[in-house]
Design a protein around this ligand. Structure first.
Ligand SMILES: [Zn+2]
Length: 217
């Protein structure tokens, strides 16, 4: 078993609602700060061989869920960082007392964006674009084609990207550097994230876009 804090034990983390000091900060400051928490989780994931994807759920200046992706650790497909963080937050009554924001170091997939909607997350903020499987754009399209007015769980939360993207990209670069095999589908997929915007077409099409939803073969 790892040291407490090295890996997020869902039971333990769910039980510790981490209160942080409230001070007058702009939305940009808040986003920067909380993305730092998500990046810290991604760093921990990288340290144990997972893809560097971390997420936190924040309500009223408190972290009520934090996780990193655990697909390799658990050998399961659904244990994305965002879903695990949302699952922790869902056990906290405080989530329903104030607007919850999901911060994640990579543009969320369709599953996690859907889970954020069901959890009535008010806003999703991510760092790095995921051209292959990122579902951020669906938020706008969904609202254009749905009726439901202001019923929260019938809407997808607004999704904003680019917060501390370079730091997330650097973590993926380290992941790729640590897995030099050209046959490694996870590394190939991660490499598409590392490529700077504008150069994404170079290799993005043939990459395994869903690779991060799959444990190591
Ligand atoms: Zn996901």
């Amino acid at each position: 078993m790892a040291e407490p804090g090295d890996q997020p034990d869902p039971e333990v983390v769910a039980a510790e609602e981490v209160a942080l000091v409230d001070r007058p900060l702009s939305l940009v400051d808040h986003d920067h700060r909380w993305m730092g928490e998500a990046l810290a989780m991604a760093e921990k994931a990288l340290a144990i061989g997972e893809l560097p994807i971390g997420a936190v759920v924040v309500v009223d200046g408190r972290v009520v869920g934090r996780a990193f992706t655990q697909e390799a650790t658990q050998g399961r497909l659904l244990v994305h960082a965002e879903l695990l963080a949302l699952d922790q937050a869902d056990r906290m009554i405080s989530v329903r007392k104030g607007p919850a924001v999901l911060y994640t170091t990579l543009e969320p997939c369709l599953m996690c964006l859907g889970a954020a909607s069901v959890a009535v997350i008010k806003r999703v903020v991510f760092a790095l674009d995921s051209e292959g499987d990122g579902a951020g754009e669906l938020s706008r399209l969904w609202d254009e084609h749905r009726s439901g007015g202001d019923i929260p769980h019938l809407r997808l939360p607004p999704v904003e990207g680019g917060v501390r993207a370079e730091e997330s990209r650097e973590l993926f670069a380290r992941f790729v550097a640590g897995r030099p095999s050209p046959a490694d589908p996870l590394a190939r997929w991660a490499a598409t994230l590392v490529v700077a915007a504008g150069d994404v077409s170079a290799g993005g099409d043939e990459a395994e876009c869903e690779a991060h939803a799959e444990p190591e073969a």
